[in-house]
Ligand binder design. Structure first.
Ligand code: GDP
Ligand code: GDP
Length: 436
Protein backbone atom coordinates (compact mmCIF):
# COMPACT_ATOMS: atom_id res chain seq x y z
CA UNK A 1 0.00 0.00 0.00
CA UNK A 2 1.28 3.43 -0.86
CA UNK A 3 1.16 5.97 1.92
CA UNK A 4 1.11 9.72 1.46
CA UNK A 5 4.31 11.51 2.38
CA UNK A 6 4.67 14.60 4.53
CA UNK A 7 7.95 16.53 4.57
CA UNK A 8 8.89 19.05 7.24
CA UNK A 9 11.00 21.99 6.09
CA UNK A 10 12.22 25.12 7.79
CA UNK A 11 15.41 26.81 8.87
CA UNK A 12 17.50 25.19 11.62
CA UNK A 13 16.33 25.27 15.22
CA UNK A 14 12.65 25.93 14.62
CA UNK A 15 11.87 22.49 16.03
CA UNK A 16 11.63 20.21 12.99
CA UNK A 17 13.14 17.17 14.61
CA UNK A 18 11.17 17.76 17.82
CA UNK A 19 7.93 17.72 15.82
CA UNK A 20 9.12 14.77 13.74
CA UNK A 21 9.77 12.78 16.90
CA UNK A 22 6.42 13.74 18.37
CA UNK A 23 4.65 12.54 15.27
CA UNK A 24 6.68 9.39 14.90
CA UNK A 25 6.06 8.67 18.53
CA UNK A 26 9.48 7.78 19.88
CA UNK A 27 12.52 9.78 20.67
CA UNK A 28 14.69 8.61 17.87
CA UNK A 29 16.75 11.59 16.91
CA UNK A 30 18.98 13.68 19.05
CA UNK A 31 17.52 17.01 19.95
CA UNK A 32 19.88 19.48 21.46
CA UNK A 33 20.09 23.18 21.86
CA UNK A 34 22.49 23.59 18.98
CA UNK A 35 21.53 24.31 15.39
CA UNK A 36 22.13 21.68 12.76
CA UNK A 37 22.37 18.82 15.20
CA UNK A 38 23.00 15.36 13.75
CA UNK A 39 19.96 13.25 13.22
CA UNK A 40 19.90 9.54 12.83
CA UNK A 41 16.52 8.91 11.46
CA UNK A 42 14.92 11.27 8.99
CA UNK A 43 12.22 9.07 7.53
CA UNK A 44 9.58 7.13 9.35
CA UNK A 45 5.97 6.17 9.34
CA UNK A 46 3.33 7.95 11.38
CA UNK A 47 -0.34 7.67 12.18
CA UNK A 48 -3.01 10.21 12.90
CA UNK A 49 -6.60 9.16 13.45
CA UNK A 50 -7.44 7.05 10.42
CA UNK A 51 -4.46 8.19 8.40
CA UNK A 52 -1.24 6.30 7.82
CA UNK A 53 1.54 8.29 6.26
CA UNK A 54 5.30 8.62 6.01
CA UNK A 55 7.16 11.64 7.19
CA UNK A 56 10.52 13.15 6.27
CA UNK A 57 12.55 15.50 8.42
CA UNK A 58 14.43 17.34 5.70
CA UNK A 59 16.55 19.08 8.33
CA UNK A 60 18.39 15.80 8.73
CA UNK A 61 19.70 15.87 5.16
CA UNK A 62 23.14 17.33 5.50
CA UNK A 63 24.19 18.88 2.20
CA UNK A 64 27.96 18.72 2.53
CA UNK A 65 29.95 21.92 2.48
CA UNK A 66 27.22 24.14 1.12
CA UNK A 67 26.62 27.48 2.85
CA UNK A 68 23.74 27.75 5.30
CA UNK A 69 21.18 29.29 2.97
CA UNK A 70 21.99 26.85 0.21
CA UNK A 71 21.46 23.99 2.64
CA UNK A 72 17.93 25.05 3.51
CA UNK A 73 17.14 25.72 -0.11
CA UNK A 74 18.21 22.21 -1.01
CA UNK A 75 16.18 20.78 1.84
CA UNK A 76 13.12 22.59 0.53
CA UNK A 77 13.84 21.09 -2.91
CA UNK A 78 13.90 17.64 -1.38
CA UNK A 79 10.51 18.30 0.19
CA UNK A 80 9.13 19.46 -3.14
CA UNK A 81 10.47 16.36 -4.88
CA UNK A 82 9.51 13.79 -2.32
CA UNK A 83 6.40 14.91 -0.48
CA UNK A 84 2.68 15.04 -1.12
CA UNK A 85 2.20 17.66 1.57
CA UNK A 86 4.82 20.05 2.94
CA UNK A 87 4.83 21.32 6.51
CA UNK A 88 6.67 24.62 6.59
CA UNK A 89 7.79 25.12 10.15
CA UNK A 90 8.70 28.44 11.75
CA UNK A 91 9.52 29.71 15.23
CA UNK A 92 6.87 31.87 16.91
CA UNK A 93 9.32 33.09 19.53
CA UNK A 94 11.56 34.72 16.96
CA UNK A 95 8.99 35.90 14.44
CA UNK A 96 9.50 35.85 10.67
CA UNK A 97 13.18 35.88 9.76
CA UNK A 98 15.02 36.44 6.48
CA UNK A 99 15.75 32.71 6.33
CA UNK A 100 12.02 31.94 6.64
CA UNK A 101 11.42 34.25 3.70
CA UNK A 102 14.05 32.40 1.70
CA UNK A 103 12.33 29.10 2.37
CA UNK A 104 8.99 30.64 1.43
CA UNK A 105 10.41 31.89 -1.86
CA UNK A 106 11.46 28.37 -2.83
CA UNK A 107 8.12 26.91 -1.77
CA UNK A 108 6.15 29.37 -3.90
CA UNK A 109 7.37 27.38 -6.89
CA UNK A 110 5.71 24.16 -5.79
CA UNK A 111 2.26 23.03 -6.75
CA UNK A 112 2.17 20.85 -3.67
CA UNK A 113 0.10 21.91 -0.68
CA UNK A 114 2.01 23.75 2.04
CA UNK A 115 0.82 23.86 5.64
CA UNK A 116 2.37 26.57 7.79
CA UNK A 117 3.18 25.67 11.38
CA UNK A 118 4.33 28.20 13.98
CA UNK A 119 6.21 26.32 16.65
CA UNK A 120 7.19 27.21 20.22
CA UNK A 121 3.78 28.67 21.02
CA UNK A 122 4.02 27.06 24.41
CA UNK A 123 0.99 28.72 26.02
CA UNK A 124 -2.25 30.44 24.93
CA UNK A 125 -0.90 33.92 25.76
CA UNK A 126 1.64 33.54 23.00
CA UNK A 127 -0.96 32.92 20.30
CA UNK A 128 -0.90 36.56 19.14
CA UNK A 129 2.56 35.92 17.82
CA UNK A 130 1.25 33.88 14.91
CA UNK A 131 -0.28 36.82 13.02
CA UNK A 132 3.03 38.02 11.57
CA UNK A 133 3.30 34.72 9.78
CA UNK A 134 0.35 35.42 7.48
CA UNK A 135 2.86 37.57 5.61
CA UNK A 136 4.63 34.44 4.38
CA UNK A 137 1.69 33.85 2.07
CA UNK A 138 0.72 30.31 3.00
CA UNK A 139 -2.64 31.01 4.57
CA UNK A 140 -3.51 30.48 8.16
CA UNK A 141 -0.56 29.74 10.43
CA UNK A 142 -1.18 26.90 12.87
CA UNK A 143 0.17 27.46 16.37
CA UNK A 144 1.92 24.46 17.87
CA UNK A 145 4.33 23.55 20.60
CA UNK A 146 6.60 20.65 19.88
CA UNK A 147 8.01 20.45 23.36
CA UNK A 148 4.57 20.59 25.00
CA UNK A 149 2.84 18.50 22.35
CA UNK A 150 0.21 21.18 21.63
CA UNK A 151 -1.54 21.75 18.31
CA UNK A 152 0.12 18.85 16.56
CA UNK A 153 -3.25 17.22 15.94
CA UNK A 154 -4.47 20.42 14.27
CA UNK A 155 -1.36 20.50 12.13
CA UNK A 156 -1.85 16.89 11.03
CA UNK A 157 -5.59 17.47 10.41
CA UNK A 158 -4.65 20.25 8.05
CA UNK A 159 -1.96 18.14 6.34
CA UNK A 160 -4.34 15.18 6.00
CA UNK A 161 -6.91 17.37 4.21
CA UNK A 162 -4.43 17.59 1.36
CA UNK A 163 -3.49 13.93 1.13
CA UNK A 164 -3.92 12.78 -2.45
CA UNK A 165 -6.35 10.00 -3.18
CA UNK A 166 -3.93 7.18 -3.71
CA UNK A 167 -4.61 4.09 -5.68
CA UNK A 168 -4.68 1.32 -3.11
CA UNK A 169 -3.74 -1.42 -5.51
CA UNK A 170 -1.15 0.06 -7.76
CA UNK A 171 -0.45 -3.09 -9.71
CA UNK A 172 -2.07 -6.49 -10.03
CA UNK A 173 -1.14 -9.13 -7.47
CA UNK A 174 0.79 -11.19 -9.99
CA UNK A 175 3.11 -8.37 -11.03
CA UNK A 176 6.55 -8.67 -9.43
CA UNK A 177 7.69 -5.29 -8.14
CA UNK A 178 11.39 -4.91 -7.58
CA UNK A 179 13.85 -2.15 -6.91
CA UNK A 180 17.61 -1.71 -7.08
CA UNK A 181 19.26 -0.18 -4.10
CA UNK A 182 22.86 0.60 -3.36
CA UNK A 183 25.32 3.43 -3.10
CA UNK A 184 25.77 5.94 -5.91
CA UNK A 185 27.88 4.60 -8.80
CA UNK A 186 27.49 0.90 -8.12
CA UNK A 187 25.76 0.68 -11.49
CA UNK A 188 22.05 0.69 -10.69
CA UNK A 189 20.94 2.71 -13.71
CA UNK A 190 23.28 0.77 -16.01
CA UNK A 191 21.72 -2.42 -14.73
CA UNK A 192 18.17 -1.14 -15.26
CA UNK A 193 19.12 -0.34 -18.83
CA UNK A 194 20.75 -3.73 -19.27
CA UNK A 195 17.63 -5.50 -18.00
CA UNK A 196 15.27 -3.48 -20.15
CA UNK A 197 17.57 -3.91 -23.13
CA UNK A 198 17.51 -7.71 -22.88
CA UNK A 199 16.20 -9.57 -25.85
CA UNK A 200 12.56 -10.65 -25.42
CA UNK A 201 11.92 -8.03 -22.77
CA UNK A 202 8.79 -6.12 -23.73
CA UNK A 203 8.85 -2.70 -22.17
CA UNK A 204 5.47 -1.16 -21.66
CA UNK A 205 5.11 2.55 -22.25
CA UNK A 206 2.53 3.49 -19.70
CA UNK A 207 3.90 5.23 -16.68
CA UNK A 208 3.01 2.97 -13.80
CA UNK A 209 1.63 5.39 -11.31
CA UNK A 210 -0.05 8.70 -10.99
CA UNK A 211 2.71 9.78 -8.66
CA UNK A 212 5.95 11.45 -9.54
CA UNK A 213 7.92 8.23 -9.30
CA UNK A 214 8.55 6.82 -12.73
CA UNK A 215 8.22 3.06 -12.65
CA UNK A 216 9.23 0.81 -15.52
CA UNK A 217 6.72 -1.95 -16.24
CA UNK A 218 7.77 -4.72 -18.60
CA UNK A 219 7.04 -8.32 -19.50
CA UNK A 220 9.36 -11.27 -19.94
CA UNK A 221 8.25 -14.81 -20.64
CA UNK A 222 4.68 -13.80 -19.80
CA UNK A 223 5.67 -12.69 -16.32
CA UNK A 224 4.97 -9.03 -15.65
CA UNK A 225 7.46 -6.94 -13.67
CA UNK A 226 7.77 -3.37 -12.52
CA UNK A 227 11.08 -1.77 -11.69
CA UNK A 228 10.19 0.59 -8.89
CA UNK A 229 11.36 4.14 -8.56
CA UNK A 230 13.79 4.37 -11.39
CA UNK A 231 13.16 8.11 -11.33
CA UNK A 232 15.48 8.24 -8.37
CA UNK A 233 18.07 6.34 -10.33
CA UNK A 234 17.77 8.17 -13.61
CA UNK A 235 17.28 11.74 -12.53
CA UNK A 236 20.72 12.97 -11.73
CA UNK A 237 22.43 16.26 -11.28
CA UNK A 238 20.96 17.81 -8.17
CA UNK A 239 23.46 18.41 -5.42
CA UNK A 240 21.51 16.67 -2.69
CA UNK A 241 21.20 13.48 -4.70
CA UNK A 242 24.76 12.63 -3.83
CA UNK A 243 24.29 12.93 -0.09
CA UNK A 244 24.16 9.77 1.93
CA UNK A 245 20.95 10.62 3.78
CA UNK A 246 19.10 11.36 0.58
CA UNK A 247 20.14 8.13 -1.07
CA UNK A 248 19.04 6.24 2.03
CA UNK A 249 15.72 8.09 1.90
CA UNK A 250 15.22 7.10 -1.74
CA UNK A 251 16.18 3.55 -0.97
CA UNK A 252 13.67 3.33 1.89
CA UNK A 253 10.88 4.64 -0.27
CA UNK A 254 11.69 2.19 -3.05
CA UNK A 255 11.97 -0.73 -0.60
CA UNK A 256 8.56 0.07 0.78
CA UNK A 257 6.90 -0.38 -2.60
CA UNK A 258 8.82 -3.50 -3.64
CA UNK A 259 8.33 -7.23 -3.30
CA UNK A 260 11.95 -7.99 -4.12
CA UNK A 261 14.93 -5.75 -3.42
CA UNK A 262 18.16 -6.09 -5.37
CA UNK A 263 21.02 -5.02 -3.15
CA UNK A 264 23.63 -3.89 -5.66
CA UNK A 265 27.30 -4.00 -4.72
CA UNK A 266 30.26 -2.76 -6.72
CA UNK A 267 32.70 -5.66 -7.15
CA UNK A 268 35.58 -3.24 -7.65
CA UNK A 269 35.10 -1.58 -4.28
CA UNK A 270 33.88 -4.43 -2.12
CA UNK A 271 31.48 -3.98 0.75
CA UNK A 272 31.36 -0.94 2.97
CA UNK A 273 29.31 -0.08 6.03
CA UNK A 274 26.66 1.80 4.07
CA UNK A 275 25.92 -1.27 1.94
CA UNK A 276 25.11 -3.15 5.12
CA UNK A 277 22.87 -0.40 6.41
CA UNK A 278 20.84 -0.25 3.23
CA UNK A 279 20.56 -4.02 3.01
CA UNK A 280 19.49 -4.07 6.65
CA UNK A 281 16.48 -1.89 5.83
CA UNK A 282 15.32 -4.32 3.16
CA UNK A 283 15.62 -7.20 5.61
CA UNK A 284 13.79 -5.34 8.38
CA UNK A 285 11.02 -4.38 6.02
CA UNK A 286 10.49 -8.06 5.30
CA UNK A 287 11.20 -7.84 1.59
CA UNK A 288 12.72 -10.60 -0.50
CA UNK A 289 16.37 -9.88 -1.23
CA UNK A 290 18.79 -10.78 -4.03
CA UNK A 291 22.39 -9.62 -3.71
CA UNK A 292 23.83 -8.42 -7.00
CA UNK A 293 27.57 -8.06 -7.44
CA UNK A 294 27.97 -5.73 -10.40
CA UNK A 295 31.10 -4.74 -12.39
CA UNK A 296 32.32 -8.32 -12.22
CA UNK A 297 34.03 -7.63 -15.59
CA UNK A 298 36.37 -5.17 -13.89
CA UNK A 299 37.72 -7.70 -11.39
CA UNK A 300 40.81 -9.72 -12.11
CA UNK A 301 39.90 -13.24 -11.28
CA UNK A 302 40.84 -16.86 -11.17
CA UNK A 303 38.74 -19.89 -10.31
CA UNK A 304 38.69 -19.01 -6.60
CA UNK A 305 37.72 -15.34 -6.83
CA UNK A 306 33.97 -15.81 -6.93
CA UNK A 307 33.94 -18.19 -3.96
CA UNK A 308 36.10 -15.80 -1.98
CA UNK A 309 33.91 -12.84 -2.80
CA UNK A 310 30.85 -14.82 -1.89
CA UNK A 311 32.37 -15.70 1.48
CA UNK A 312 33.14 -12.04 2.10
CA UNK A 313 29.51 -11.16 1.43
CA UNK A 314 28.28 -13.90 3.75
CA UNK A 315 30.60 -12.67 6.51
CA UNK A 316 29.37 -9.09 6.15
CA UNK A 317 25.68 -9.77 5.65
CA UNK A 318 25.07 -12.39 8.32
CA UNK A 319 21.40 -11.46 8.53
CA UNK A 320 20.98 -12.03 4.78
CA UNK A 321 22.09 -15.66 4.73
CA UNK A 322 18.94 -16.54 2.76
CA UNK A 323 19.68 -14.13 -0.10
CA UNK A 324 21.02 -15.59 -3.35
CA UNK A 325 24.04 -13.85 -4.87
CA UNK A 326 24.31 -13.03 -8.55
CA UNK A 327 27.59 -11.95 -10.13
CA UNK A 328 27.19 -9.98 -13.32
CA UNK A 329 28.24 -7.05 -15.43
CA UNK A 330 25.79 -4.40 -16.52
CA UNK A 331 28.43 -3.15 -18.91
CA UNK A 332 29.19 -6.34 -20.84
CA UNK A 333 25.71 -7.80 -20.05
CA UNK A 334 27.41 -10.99 -18.96
CA UNK A 335 25.05 -13.04 -16.76
CA UNK A 336 22.42 -10.30 -16.66
CA UNK A 337 20.02 -13.00 -17.92
CA UNK A 338 20.54 -14.98 -14.69
CA UNK A 339 19.00 -12.22 -12.65
CA UNK A 340 15.33 -12.60 -13.60
CA UNK A 341 15.13 -16.28 -12.60
CA UNK A 342 16.52 -15.28 -9.20
CA UNK A 343 13.96 -12.50 -8.85
CA UNK A 344 11.23 -15.00 -9.75
CA UNK A 345 12.48 -17.51 -7.21
CA UNK A 346 12.74 -14.94 -4.42
CA UNK A 347 9.29 -13.59 -5.22
CA UNK A 348 7.74 -17.05 -5.29
CA UNK A 349 9.23 -17.94 -1.92
CA UNK A 350 8.22 -14.58 -0.50
CA UNK A 351 4.57 -15.48 -1.05
CA UNK A 352 4.82 -19.21 -0.40
CA UNK A 353 2.32 -20.88 1.92
CA UNK A 354 3.10 -24.18 3.57
CA UNK A 355 0.68 -26.77 4.85
CA UNK A 356 -0.03 -26.62 8.55
CA UNK A 357 0.24 -30.37 9.03
CA UNK A 358 3.63 -30.55 7.31
CA UNK A 359 4.81 -27.53 9.26
CA UNK A 360 3.86 -29.16 12.54
CA UNK A 361 5.61 -32.40 11.59
CA UNK A 362 8.77 -30.38 10.95
CA UNK A 363 8.49 -28.53 14.25
CA UNK A 364 7.83 -31.69 16.25
CA UNK A 365 10.77 -33.45 14.60
CA UNK A 366 12.92 -30.44 15.41
CA UNK A 367 11.88 -30.54 19.07
CA UNK A 368 12.56 -34.27 19.23
CA UNK A 369 16.03 -33.71 17.83
CA UNK A 370 16.90 -30.71 19.97
CA UNK A 371 14.79 -30.41 23.13
CA UNK A 372 13.30 -27.02 23.95
CA UNK A 373 15.31 -24.83 26.33
CA UNK A 374 14.58 -24.27 30.00
CA UNK A 375 14.85 -21.02 31.88
CA UNK A 376 14.77 -20.76 35.69
CA UNK A 377 13.56 -24.30 35.93
CA UNK A 378 10.81 -23.84 33.39
CA UNK A 379 10.78 -25.60 30.04
CA UNK A 380 9.43 -24.11 26.83
CA UNK A 381 6.50 -26.14 25.56
CA UNK A 382 5.52 -25.91 21.92
CA UNK A 383 1.91 -26.85 21.17
CA UNK A 384 1.55 -26.13 17.50
CA UNK A 385 2.55 -23.76 14.73
CA UNK A 386 0.76 -22.13 11.86
CA UNK A 387 1.62 -19.80 9.00
CA UNK A 388 -0.39 -16.61 9.41
CA UNK A 389 0.72 -14.58 6.41
CA UNK A 390 2.97 -14.18 3.39
CA UNK A 391 5.26 -11.44 2.06
CA UNK A 392 7.18 -12.38 4.11
CA UNK A 393 6.12 -15.82 5.31
CA UNK A 394 5.17 -15.35 8.94
CA UNK A 395 4.67 -18.10 11.47
CA UNK A 396 3.05 -18.13 14.87
CA UNK A 397 4.14 -20.77 17.33
CA UNK A 398 1.79 -21.39 20.24
CA UNK A 399 3.72 -22.05 23.45
CA UNK A 400 3.30 -22.10 27.20
CA UNK A 401 5.39 -18.94 27.77
CA UNK A 402 6.59 -16.78 24.88
CA UNK A 403 9.59 -15.44 26.86
CA UNK A 404 11.05 -18.92 26.93
CA UNK A 405 11.53 -18.94 23.17
CA UNK A 406 15.00 -17.43 23.10
CA UNK A 407 16.70 -16.11 20.01
CA UNK A 408 18.95 -19.12 19.55
CA UNK A 409 16.11 -21.63 19.67
CA UNK A 410 14.02 -19.48 17.37
CA UNK A 411 16.94 -19.42 14.98
CA UNK A 412 17.17 -23.21 15.20
CA UNK A 413 13.48 -23.54 14.33
CA UNK A 414 13.87 -21.08 11.47
CA UNK A 415 16.71 -23.16 10.07
CA UNK A 416 14.66 -26.35 10.31
CA UNK A 417 11.78 -24.64 8.49
CA UNK A 418 14.19 -23.40 5.83
CA UNK A 419 15.74 -26.86 5.43
CA UNK A 420 12.29 -28.30 4.89
CA UNK A 421 10.70 -25.70 2.63
CA UNK A 422 13.51 -23.68 1.09
CA UNK A 423 12.44 -20.05 1.32
CA UNK A 424 15.55 -18.97 -0.51
CA UNK A 425 15.57 -15.22 -1.07
CA UNK A 426 13.03 -14.32 1.58
CA UNK A 427 13.20 -13.49 5.26
CA UNK A 428 10.75 -15.40 7.42
CA UNK A 429 9.27 -14.20 10.67
CA UNK A 430 8.45 -16.26 13.72
CA UNK A 431 6.35 -15.09 16.64
CA UNK A 432 5.60 -16.95 19.82
CA UNK A 433 2.10 -16.64 21.30
CA UNK A 434 0.88 -17.92 24.58
CA UNK A 435 -1.76 -20.61 24.41
CA UNK A 436 -3.95 -20.40 27.46
P1 GDP B 1 15.37 21.74 14.13
O1 GDP B 1 16.77 22.18 13.94
O2 GDP B 1 14.40 22.58 13.36
O3 GDP B 1 15.14 20.29 13.89
O4 GDP B 1 15.00 22.03 15.67
P2 GDP B 1 15.04 21.05 16.94
O5 GDP B 1 13.88 20.13 16.91
O6 GDP B 1 16.40 20.49 17.03
O7 GDP B 1 14.75 22.10 18.10
C1 GDP B 1 15.60 23.20 18.34
C2 GDP B 1 15.45 23.65 19.77
O8 GDP B 1 14.15 24.16 20.00
C3 GDP B 1 15.65 22.54 20.79
O9 GDP B 1 16.34 23.06 21.88
C4 GDP B 1 14.24 22.19 21.20
O10 GDP B 1 14.18 21.68 22.51
C5 GDP B 1 13.55 23.52 21.09
N1 GDP B 1 12.11 23.39 20.87
C6 GDP B 1 11.50 22.57 19.96
N2 GDP B 1 10.16 22.71 20.01
C7 GDP B 1 9.91 23.64 20.98
C8 GDP B 1 8.70 24.22 21.51
O11 GDP B 1 7.60 23.89 21.11
N3 GDP B 1 8.85 25.15 22.48
C9 GDP B 1 10.06 25.53 22.94
N4 GDP B 1 10.11 26.45 23.89
N5 GDP B 1 11.22 24.99 22.48
C10 GDP B 1 11.14 24.07 21.50
P1 GDP C 1 24.33 4.26 -10.24
O1 GDP C 1 24.74 5.56 -9.64
O2 GDP C 1 24.33 3.16 -9.21
O3 GDP C 1 23.06 4.31 -11.01
O4 GDP C 1 25.51 3.84 -11.25
P2 GDP C 1 25.61 4.03 -12.85
O5 GDP C 1 24.76 3.04 -13.55
O6 GDP C 1 25.42 5.46 -13.17
O7 GDP C 1 27.11 3.59 -13.09
C1 GDP C 1 28.20 4.28 -12.50
C2 GDP C 1 29.44 4.05 -13.34
O8 GDP C 1 29.80 2.67 -13.32
C3 GDP C 1 29.27 4.43 -14.79
O9 GDP C 1 30.46 5.04 -15.21
C4 GDP C 1 29.08 3.10 -15.48
O10 GDP C 1 29.52 3.11 -16.82
C5 GDP C 1 29.92 2.18 -14.65
N1 GDP C 1 29.43 0.80 -14.67
C6 GDP C 1 28.14 0.39 -14.46
N2 GDP C 1 28.05 -0.96 -14.55
C7 GDP C 1 29.30 -1.40 -14.82
C8 GDP C 1 29.86 -2.72 -15.03
O11 GDP C 1 29.20 -3.75 -14.99
N3 GDP C 1 31.21 -2.77 -15.25
C9 GDP C 1 31.98 -1.68 -15.32
N4 GDP C 1 33.29 -1.85 -15.55
N5 GDP C 1 31.49 -0.44 -15.12
C10 GDP C 1 30.18 -0.30 -14.89
Amino acid sequence: MVKPVIAIVGRPNVGKSTIFNRIVGERISIVEDIPGVTRDRIYSSGEWLTHDFNIIDTGGIDIGEEPFLEQIRQQAEVAMDEADVIIFLTNGKEGVTAADEEVAKILYRTKKPVVLGVNKIDNPEMRDQIYDFYALGFGEPIPISGSHGLGIGDLLDEAAKHFPKLDQTEYDEDVIKFSLIGRPNVGKSSLVNAILGEERVIVSNIAGTTRDAIDSPYTYDEQRYVIIDTAGIRKKGKVYENTEKYSVLRALRAIERSDVVLVVINAEEGIIEQDKKIAGYAHEAGRAVVIVVNKWDAVEKDEKTMKEFEQKIRDHFLFLDYAPIVFLSAKTKKRVHTLLPMINLASENHSMRVETSVLNDIIMDAVAMNPTPTDKGKRLKIYYATQVSVKPPTFVIFVNEPELLHFSYERFLENRIRDAFGFEGTPIKIFARERK
